[in-house]
Design a protein around this ligand. Structure first.
Ligand code: C2E
Ligand code: MG
Ligand code: MG
Ligand code: MG
Length: 283
């Protein structure tokens, strides 16, 4: 029986691996048609001013509505898209649609929200084409360059340093803002930050998890704030989920605020309602 049990276990594990393998393979194949089949859509998460009163910007976040599997999170399919060389097309799709949609929304609502768009490592491999696309889309949509923020992830900047510096400089020449995303969880040092001439640093939400409950975490976050503040970098703190966290961050050096406390990512159609509801709570 023991032997059977063991065999059974191995057999079972074997099957799950096969299932997982097949599942991932299917997803990769399905990704190839996802743009043509209109399976991607964008949600937008508000980025609030330091007091948490007004929306300053929105961050575009991609979602994949898979016909059989349902909604698949970006952290799940983006690595697959990068592996299979499909991230360039998907990234281009995001830029085209996000700029077009927010420009229209801004005009219809008489507002001028900025737009933050994430760009991943695989997209940076086609840096020249990426810049060309951004130029083309901004011109076509007449979206002001200074209202566009390109977010690059800190851990992606460690490799191919010169390429990244070059990319950042190209963006800055156009008055496009550059944000360093997920700051503090990567392997790069503060010195590395000095070499990258970014406008905005987005502090990873892991720093907030124990704030203000943990004294150490709170002290660390305070230290990060004052260092970056002295460097003249605009801050965004991600992952604000509670009023306590909002109060803590609001009291510090002018960081912008982003997190579920204000709003989860929503469809653009819902943004106006969300904004009005939020403004009502301030009265
Ligand atoms: P990110 O750029 O750091 O985006 C913020 C993520 O944190 C989003 O997850 C958002 O839903 C989540 N978030 C925001 N506020 C809170 C909060 O208060 N609590 C918690 N627990 N989470 C919060 P999402 O949409 O699942 O995206 C995950 C990552 O996938 C993004 O992290 C980004 O790196 C990547 N991604 C998403 N959309 C795109 C895209 O269009 N292009 C590229 N290249 N990457 C994207
Ligand atoms: Mg981001
Ligand atoms: Mg990101
Ligand atoms: Mg982030």
């Amino acid at each position: 029986a023991k032997k059977n049990g063991k065999n059974h276990f191995v057999f079972y594990e074997d099957i799950t691996d096969k299932h997982l393998y097949k599942y991932l393979l299917n997803l990769k194949n399905d990704l190839a048609d996802a743009i043509a089949n209109n399976e991607f859509f964008l949600e937008y998460q508000p980025i609030m001013d330091n007091k948490g009163e007004r929306i300053q910007a929105v961050e575009a976040l991609i979602r994949w509505n898979h016909p059989k599997e349902g909604l698949i999170a970006p952290l799940r399919f983006i690595p697959l898209a990068e592996e299979t060389g499909m991230m360039k097309d998907i990234g281009d799709w995001v830029i085209r649609n996000a700029v077009k949609d927010l420009q229209k929304w801004n005009q219809e609502n008489g507002q001028s929200l900025s737009l933050a768009i994430n760009v991943s490592k695989a997209q940076l491999r086609f840096k020249k084409e990426l810049i060309e696309l951004i130029d083309e889309v901004l011109e076509e949509q007449e979206f002001p360059a200074h209202q566009l923020q390109i977010e690059i992830t800190e851990s992606d900047t460690a490799a191919e340093h010169e390429e990244i510096v070059d990319f950042i400089n190209e963006l800055k020449r156009r008055n496009i803002q550059v944000a360093l995303d997920d700051f503090g969880v990567g392997t790069s040092s503060l010195y590395h930050l000095l070499e990258l001439d970014v406008d905005i640093v987005k502090i990873d939400r892991s720093f907030l998890r124990q704030v203000p409950a943990s004294e150490k975490d709170t002290a660390l976050l305070k230290g990060i704030y004052s260092t970056l503040y002295d460097l003249n970098i605009q801050l965004v703190t991600e992952g604000i989920e509670t009023e306590e966290q909002r109060d803590f961050v609001s009291a510090k050096n002018g960081s912008y605020l982003q997190g579920f406390y204000f709003s989860k990512p929503v469809l653009l159609e819902e943004l106006k309602k969300m904004q009005e509801a939020w403004e009502k709570t301030l009265l």
